[in-house]
Design a protein. Structure first.
Length: 376
């Protein structure tokens, strides 16, 4: 029997902010921050390469500070428009070189998200401790999660506090593990967290040959990064005398092809959502939305770029006989603007809308308990 959640929890960047991860406005500066990392490590090399690309394409060759960079949406969209059609971007960057730039940014993001998470985990602050309360009481039996993020904050929190390590991503992704640099099938038992990630995830790998999707434990995202950025990519970044950096070349556990990569719906105005795992995630998301009585938006601001998701929300809202109750938990200086955006989009119905503008606090936790997202 298909899982029928009583609630659907939608989490965005504001949710992961509680775990120390950056908001969209801080992403570029954190991406470029490598002062505490090894000078000869992979992140430093990739950041130097990415900086050179941005300086040449957007700065006429002059060095640019993080606050002088264009939006990441602009960078990714320009790369995708050229690379995906086989064209150059200016005389210096061919389509194949642009794909290396894209992979370098994605792999640096994977490492940055992991590094920021571990930094706060070592010295947890008040937001982290409140988030731990949320994870300890989260009811995975009655609530499905739809994460608009790439990170694995939710998976790690549930594994740490409730020992739930079996994840159903709603896209037929198979559980695998790295063993001596190779991938093999892994069987997870116990309670299941049903979490959809329609924009992709840092712990996923995708086979370009058989089109199967695989997931590893969040602790293995570094191996994912080493798989995505191969020796030929490092040849574009480093001179012949530079120290060779670690790479992995596992074969697909299903078809054994040397064709593993990933598919992210990146910061772009042309999100690539037509791959099998994304399409399956959207279908499962629609099914969960239709079966849920409460839609809870936690740390999600409904940005303009997410028009595919907004179309899905509105379509389900209008076509189902019983309208869902809607809860919005947001915070920060834009909290009031976020609430206004939700009110304009969903409309107002007495007793059917609940808003919290101080982030994830005790009052918000109490409400989540009342609607059975959290256990008492």
């Amino acid at each position: 029997m298909a899982f029928s959640p009583g609630n659907l929890l939608v989490v965005g960047a504001g949710f992961s902010f509680n775990a120390g991860l950056p908001l969209a406005s801080e992403f570029t500066s954190r991406l470029l921050e490598v002062s505490n990392l090894r000078l000869d490590g992979p992140s430093n090399a990739q950041v130097r390469f990415i900086r050179t690309f941005v300086d040449q394409v957007f700065g006429e060759g002059a060095e640019r500070a993080a606050d002088q960079w264009p939006e990441l949406e602009d960078i990714f969209t320009l790369i995708d428009l050229s690379a995906n059609t086989g064209h150059h971007l200016g005389p210096k960057y061919s389509a194949s070189q642009l794909r290396v730039v894209r992979r370098a940014i994605i792999v640096r993001m994977i490492r940055m998200l992991s590094q920021e998470y571990k930094r706060v985990q070592r010295k947890p602050d008040a937001k982290w401790k409140l988030l731990e309360q949320f994870f300890e009481r989260f009811d995975a039996a009655s609530t499905a999660v739809l994460s608009m993020n790439w990170d694995t904050v939710f998976e790690q929190g549930i594994a740490r506090t409730q020992n739930i390590r079996r994840f159903d991503y709603g896209c037929d992704a198979s559980s695998v593990a790295f063993r001596k640099g190779l991938l093999s099938t892994r069987l997870e038992r116990g309670e299941t967290l049903r979490i959809l990630k329609p924009h992709g995830s840092t712990n996923w790998l995708y086979c370009d040959a058989c089109r199967e999707t695989f997931w590893v434990t969040p602790s293995e995202t570094e191996q994912v990064a080493q798989t995505l950025f191969r020796s030929r990519d490092w040849d574009e970044l480093l001179n012949k005398k530079a120290r060779r950096l670690a790479t992995l070349t596992p074969h697909c556990p299903h078809c054994e092809a040397d064709s593993l990569g990933t598919r992210f719906a990146t910061f772009s105005y042309r999100k690539a959502l037509d791959f099998p795992m994304h399409a399956a995630s959207w279908r499962t998301a629609e099914r969960h939305l239709k079966r849920s009585f409460d839609w809870v938006f936690l740390g999600y601001s409904m940005p303009a770029a997410d028009f595919e998701f907004k179309n899905l929300l509105k379509r389900v809202q209008l076509t189902e006989g019983e309208r869902p109750k809607i809860t919005v938990i947001t915070g920060g200086s834009d909290a009031d603007a976020t609430v206004t955006r939700f009110k304009k989009f969903f409309g107002e119905t007495s007793g059917q809308r609940t808003y919290f503008t101080e982030g994830l606090n005790l009052a918000a936790l109490k409400h989540l308990q009342d609607i059975q997202v959290l256990r008492a």
